[in-house]
Design a protein around this ligand. Structure first.
Ligand SMILES: [Fe+2]
Length: 199
């Protein structure tokens, strides 16, 4: 998609949940697995290194899965200054930056956030209405859509790139709503949001 639409490196955004961090979650762990927190981290870095190569610059939204270890440390009473930075832990390149919200100053401005606090098929719509600005979210992986809400305000949920067969997503086996795979592109200086389904 990046090549097809000739997206410059500096215009690449990631809606977050770039990793699962299964072993940092507060949910019960599968007793049948031979995986561990260390193996997960190693495999995560291996996978991410392909992304680092394809996207030397990335602007990412801070997300709930990304915060999982930090939350665990905080619950254990460990202050942030005693921890390694997230970038260091996942060996992110210099061009990768995380923020709660990225505002894109296009002719028609829009923002990229993760979407924490929103739910359901209207999550992206509600985020755009609350922010009073066109908004892109991820987080709600069972939905993907573009909605035009009123003049100059649109909302897009870009879906996700979850591998349904993966160990991390085993919990979704009996869910009615399956992950919707894809990504988003915004054309015409912020006026035209497109959802691109994964092929
Ligand atoms: Fe999320």
């Amino acid at each position: 998609v990046k090549k097809e639409y000739r997206i410059p490196d500096a215009n690449c955004f990631h809606v977050g949940d770039e990793l699962d961090f299964y072993f940092a979650s507060s949910y019960g762990k599968d007793p049948n697995t031979k995986l561990s927190a260390v193996v997960e981290l190693e495999e995560s870095i291996n996978e991410l290194s392909l992304w680092y190569e394809a996207f030397p610059e990335m602007k990412l939204a801070i997300s709930n899965h990304g915060l999982r270890w930090l939350k665990k440390a905080s619950e254990a009473g460990i202050p942030e200054r005693l921890l390694k930075t997230y970038q260091e832990i996942i060996q992110a390149p210099k061009g990768w930056y995380w923020k709660e919200e990225w505002i894109v100053e296009a002719k028609q401005p829009f923002r990229v956030i993760h979407g924490m606090g929103y739910s359901g098929k209207d999550g992206h719509r509600n985020a755009a209405i609350d922010g009073a600005i066109s908004t892109i979210i991820g987080h709600l992986h069972s939905f993907a859509a573009v909605d035009h809400i009123k003049k100059n305000i649109w909302a897009m949920n870009v879906g996700c790139l979850i591998d349904e067969a993966s160990f991390a997503f085993a919990y979704g086996k009996y869910m009615r709503n399956k992950p919707v795979l894809g990504c988003g592109v915004v054309l015409n200086n912020g006026r035209t949001p497109l959802f691109i389904p994964f092929e």
